[in-house]
Every structure is written in structure tokens, then in C-alpha cells.
Design a protein around this ligand. Structure first.
Ligand SMILES: [Zn+2]
Length: 658
């Protein structure tokens, strides 16, 4: 479940109106009946500077009336495209009356396209991209949306809430958006609304009944995130922020609101990481919209400053683990599916997330290291101050960072943005020479993909402590020399994984998939009892990609073979001994009922261990566990994941004993 939902988090900021003038003012009156989906839209458009007007309409809407300057007129139509030639003179007032039925949600269609609108008694969703407003894309526009829904329902649109009334006739509210690059989106449902007012800011939740108790925690977190990002970037650019519960399994960001599936809202990661991400999109992606011609910088920047920053707050190790996971995912990406960052527009599939979110976030991490955190933070503030309420490109970001760092960063942006792929680094020959005064260590660093330039961190451990260095890598071969008073122990390149690079085969940390995707995996059931054996067999079938093959615990017999061991905590230690394995030292020390972890044996084969209290725990893993294929370990309590992670990189490729 986790994977599917996180895969659906993307910003709604994809439709951007071209140009800066001329300008149109839309004044919309919308009457909506969620239960039936019936909708009546009256739109008065005041415009100047155009001699024609073009727009598209959703196929479920029909034009019931059309006037130019108060006189009934005709529209030319071709399928969903409408066109009208305007008389001479300016300005003009166009009047539209549209009527239709918003399509009922198909319950079977669980993961709808973002562009689809839908209705139902539990909620209506009308994104701007659904063409429910007759707007001309050539015009920059302002919108005033007045919406009315029957009693028991509430409606909310993007934009500033200007006024609202709740009466026996129903609920009516007015929203305003001035000179927006985003088309209004409209939402309605049988919501409980909770509100918190702060100077210049109105926070609201529109939740379905069963979620009412979660309103306060959501308002708390939304307020914290808005304050945090306002302090670090610049003033929050809207008057309101809403969290709206969706009958759909989605998590979508819009200007000044986020629309989140009602089943997702109770999940712990939603209120923390995902909410932070969506709040931050009010600056990156909505406050400044993306100039898509040179690629989408907003997802990666938001990932870096929300998801990654939260990980970094939890500790250096957590941040490093996130970088390692990004590298691990990138290593698994086939070269033909790789693309340059400038080619990333929006998330279509997992592969584009690896580049458009993770690699971009990693590039920002390297940039902050390259120019220093103060210049980086100042660059973001400058970028925000200069481009808010407009559209900006990668180039604009580059210019901001160049100004605040006082450096030419063209080489940096060209190599990381315009090239697909990543550097490959390895250690070549080394030598240690003992002199009277100490030791000279010489190493060769090989760059197997040429043309990248970066500062490679290096750790040199001696008998009396560690030294840290940064080596400038420019060529395919770099020689470095270190003089130490004490005898050197070992050397490690990029010890904290700060450089985006393609991992070598022998350094990618094992993850569950290494065993679950291997057709030759042998499953061992380490505890007797019919119920345990049956549940273990069922779990193996769920986990493994191929039909399970069962075998006996015998270390010699299974040399070089992937193994899945399903056993109880009680029997685990003895069985690990027989397999010559140890419980990994990196497993978090927290109480749990089930532990799932993967490790590598001396012969290089991977072993996946599932250890539980009893067969009930096995049953509780049936549903969640298959979603954690990208992890190295997960600890569960009664089927609820408490902790998970990817093991640190093995030291093999960039590590050398001296
Ligand atoms: Zn996003």
C-alpha cells in the first residue's frame, strides 16, 4: 500500500497559462449537487486585447447560452474545441452558461488520472485540468469562483476564501485567485471543517466524519511546516492552507491546499513527510511555477528541502541512509531508462522518480556542499524573492546560486543536468612508504566515466585517528599523496556517500528483492507445527516472484544459493549458527514482534530472514511485507512497520586496507 500511495504524490502544478498579457477576469457562479454530479456554471469573462477567444470544454459539459457584450452569439465548435471571433473594440464581456453532469466515480478505478474529474455523494473533484472553466489559454487570468452546494455539503476551491454562508438552502462560498498561472480546482464533499486562524493565515481541514479527530494534529503540523518554510525561504504566498480529504486514493498538491485520500490521512507518514512535501510545494511548483522547457526542478528541490531535510533532522545516519537508498535505486535503473535531469517533466513511473526526484535532490545536496550552506540558503531566498508568482527555469536557479556564491557554476549545472548517467569511481594502485618522519600513502583514483568534476571526500584512518580530505576529481586518473605521522590503516573514498555516482556491483547493499526476485531461492521453514508451516508457506508464496522451493537447513548444501529462512525468535540463534550467519549489528534496538532482514553470506549469497513470535505474526505480514522489497530490514509489531531501512554501502569498491 505504502508504495502505491507514495507513487501518487506529485504536484498538481502542471498547467501553466502562457504569456503575461493580455488579461481576462473570470467571474464564476457554480451550483453543484455532489450526489448526482449535476453542475451549472455561469461564467462572466471580462477581457481586452484579443480579437478572438478559444477554449476547450470537458465532454460532459454543454454550452446552454453564450453572449458577447450582452447579445446572444454563436460559438464555432470542433469536438471539445470552441472558437469565437470577437467584434472590434475593447474590452469585451463574454457570458457563458454551461450545464452538465460530473462523471460518477467508478469505484473499481482506484487510481485515477489526475486530470479526471469525478463526483459522488462522498466527494466531488474538479481539477483545473478537467476543462470545467471556458478559459482561453493565451490569456493570463484572474478568477472569482462562487460555489453553492446543498445542505450537508461543503465546497472549497483553490484561491483565497473571501466569504462564506451556511444556511438552510445550503453552503455558499467565494474564492479569489489573482493573476494566477494555475487554473482553479474545485472540491466538495460531506465534510467536517475545522479551522485555525493565525495572523494573515487561515488553516483548515475538510475531513470526512471518521477523520475528525485527526484535524487538530494536521492543523498543528501544517502550521509548523508553513512557519518553518516561511522562515527559511520567504513569506508564505497565500492567505489559506487546507487539507482536504479525498474519496480517491490520491495525494495531490494544489496552490494553498492538498487533496489526500481518506484512507491515507490516518497513515503516520502522511502527517509528517508527505504533508511537509505538499506544504513546501506552495513555494516550489506553485508559488514559483516551473518553466517546463528546461525540465522540472520543483520536485527534486521539494524532496531535498522537505523529505530529505526531515531525514537529516532525525540524524546524520538517517540522511546518509536516504542518500544510499537513492544511489541503490539508481544502480537498479537500467541505462536505457535513464535520462538527463532536463528531460524530467513529471512523474510517469518509478523510473522518472529515480531521476526527477531523487537525483535532483542529490544534486542539490552536492550543490550545498560545493558552495556552502549559507550561499545555498541565500540563493534560495533570492530565487524566491525574484521569481515568486512567475515561472522560473533551472537557469534562473543557477543564476541565483552564482550570485550568492560569487562563482561560475555553469560546469556544475551542465554536467549534472544535461548528461544522463553518473560518475563511476574506483580505487587503483596504492602504496605506503615509511620515511623517517612518518608515512607517505599514495593512491590512484580512477574515474571510469570521464568528464565529471567534483570534490571527492576521502577518509584516511591511521593508528591514532582519522583524517578527512577532499580530492578534486577532474580526469580519468587522479593521484593523491598523504603524509601521516602514524601508520595508515585504511582508506575510504566517499565515506558518507555524498557524491551521486553509479554504485559498483559489489557495493550495493542487499535488499529484500535480491532474494524475492531470484528464481532459485530456497525457502527454509525453521519451526515445526502445522499452522506455522502453512503460514510460512503462504508468506513465501506472497514474497517470492517464483513458486517457492523448500529445503532443509544445511549450510553446506546450499552454498552460493539465495535463501529465505522463516522461523521463530526462539529458534533463530541456533539456526543462524548453522548457516554461519549473524544478526546484523545495524538492526534498530526497539521492541518488535517480527523482524525481517537480509544479509550476505561469506560466499556472496544473500539470505532473507523472517523471524517472528508465532504463526499469527506470519499472518500479519502477508499483506504489508511484499511492499518493502526495496528495504534491507523492517521491524514489525503486529503487522505495523516500526522501522525500516537500507544497509550502509559495503566498503568493497572504495575501501582499501593499507
Ligand atoms: Zn511533489
Amino acid at each position: 500500500m505504502l508504495r502505491i500511495f507514495t507513487a501518487l504524490f506529485f504536484t498538481g502544478a502542471s498547467l501553466v497559462v502562457q504569456g503575461s498579457s493580455p488579461h481576462a477576469q473570470h467571474s464564476l457562479e457554480v451550483s453543484l449537487t455532489p450526489e448526482t454530479g449535476e453542475i451549472l456554471i455561469e461564467d462572466q469573462v471580462l477581457l481586452s486585447g484579443r480579437d478572438q477567444y478559444r477554449f476547450q470544454l470537458a465532454p460532459w459539459l454543454r454550452v446552454e447560452g453564450f453572449q458577447i457584450d450582452g447579445r446572444d452569439s454563436d460559438l464555432q465548435r470542433q469536438a471539445q474545441d470552441y472558437f469565437v471571433q470577437l467584434p472590434d473594440g475593447n474590452p469585451h464581456k463574454l457570458g457563458f452558461i454551461l450545464r452538465g453532469v460530473v462523471p460518477q466515480r467508478d469505484i473499481k478505478q482506484e487510481y485515477p488520472q489526475q486530470a479526471l474529474s469525478s463526483s459522488g455523494s462522498d466527494g466531488v473533484y474538479l481539477p483545473g485540468s478537467a476543462n470545467w472553466i471556458p478559459l482561453d489559454w493565451h490569456l493570463r487570468a484572474s478568477y472569482r469562483v462562487t460555489v453553492t452546494v446543498p445542505p450537508g455539503q461543503l465546497a472549497v476551491a483553490t484561491g483565497k476564501l473571501v466569504s462564506e454562508q451556511n444556511s438552510e438552502q445550503g453552503y455558499r462560498a467565494i474564492f479569489e485567485t489573482v493573476q494566477s498561472s494555475e487554473i482553479p480546482a474545485l472540491f466538495a464533499g460531506p465534510y467536517q471543517m475545522r479551522e485555525r486562524l493565525r495572523p494573515g493565515l487561515r488553516l483548515r481541514t475538510y475531513f470526512h466524519d471518521e477523520l475528525d479527530a485527526l484535524s487538530e494534529p494536521y492543523l498543528d503540523m501544517a502550521e509548523i511546516y508553513i512557519q518553518r518554510y516561511a522562515a527559511s525561504i520567504g513569506t508564505y504566498p497565500y492567505a489559506d492552507f487546507h487539507v482536504i480529504s479525498a474519496p480517491l486514493a490520491v495525494g495531490l498538491g494544489f496552490p494553498n491546499l492538498t487533496y489526500v485520500g481518506r484512507q491515507v490521512i490516518p497513515l503516520p507518514f502522511m502527517r509528517t513527510r508527505s504533508l511537509a512535501h505538499e506544504v513546501l510545494h506552495n513555494w516550489w511548483g506553485n508559488g514559483i511555477s516551473v518553466d517546463y522547457a528546461s525540465g522540472n526542478w520543483a520536485e527534486g528541490l521539494t524532496t531535498y528541502l522537505a523529505d530529505y531535510a526531515l531525514a537529516a533532522e532525525a540524524g546524520k545516519e538517517t540522511a546518509e541512509a536516504m542518500r544510499v537508498k537513492w544511489l541503490r535505486d539508481y544502480a537498479a535503473l537500467p541505462a536505457e531508462r535513464d535520462q538527463a535531469i532536463t528531460a524530467f517533466k513529471s512523474k510517469q513511473h518509478q523510473a522518472s522518480q529515480v531521476v526527477g526526484y531523487n537525483k535532483v535532490a542529490f544534486v542539490f545536496h552536492m550543490l550545498a556542499n560545493e558552495i556552502g550552506r549559507p550561499a545555498f540558503d541565500q540563493g534560495l531566498r533570492q530565487f524566491w524573492a525574484r521569481h515568486q508568482r512567475t515561472r522560473a527555469s533551472w537557469r534562473d536557479l543557477q543564476l541565483a546560486f552564482e550570485q550568492t556564491s560569487g562563482r561560475d557554476l555553469d560546469w556544475f549545472f551542465v554536467q549534472w543536468l544535461q548528461r544522463s548517467g553518473a560518475p563511476r569511481v574506483s580505487l587503483g594502485a596504492h602504496s605506503v612508504e615509511q620515511l623517517e618522519a612518518g608515512f607517505v600513502t599514495r593512491i590512484e583514483i580512477l574515474q571510469n566515466v570521464t568528464g565529471y568534476r567534483f570534490q571527492l571526500p576521502l577518509l584516511l584512518a591511521t593508528e591514532n585517528g582519522n583524517q578527512r580530505h577532499a580530492i578534486t576529481i577532474l580526469d580519468s586518473l587522479t593521484r593523491a599523496e598523504f603524509v601521516t605521522a602514524d601508520k595508515p590503516h585504511f582508506i575510504q573514498l566517499d565515506p558518507e556517500s555524498d557524491i551521486f555516482r553509479r554504485l559498483q556491483k559489489n557495493e550495493t547493499p542487499p535488499i529484500l528483492r535480491d532474494v524475492t526476485l531470484d528464481p532459485n531461492t530456497v525457502t527454509m521453514i525453521g519451526s515445526p507445527g502445522d499452522d506455522f508451516i502453512r503460514s510460512a508457506g503462504e508468506l513465501a508464496s506472497r514474497l517470492l516472484d517464483s513458486k517457492p522451493r523448500f529445503g532443509d537447513l544445511d549450510a553446506e548444501q546450499w552454498t552460493g544459493q539465495s535463501l529465505l529462512l522463516i522461523t521463530t525468535h526462539q529458534r533463530l540463534n541456533k539456526q543462524l549458527e548453522r548457516l554461519r550467519l549473524q544478526r546484523p549489528p545495524g538492526l534498530p534496538d526497539i521492541a518488535h514482534s517480527s523482524a525481517v532482514w537480509i544479509t550476505t553470506r561469506a560466499d556472496g549469497a544473500t539470505v532473507l530472514v523472517v523471524s517472528v513470535v508465532d504463526s499469527d505474526d506470519l499472518k500479519s505480514l502477508l499483506r504489508p511485507l511484499p511492499h518493502y522489497g526495496g528495504q534491507s530490514y523492517i521491524l514489525f509489531e503486529a503487522g505495523h512497520a516500526l522501522a525500516r531501512g537500507v544497509w550502509p554501502l559495503t566498503r568493497a569498491a572504495l575501501y582499501r586496507d593499507l
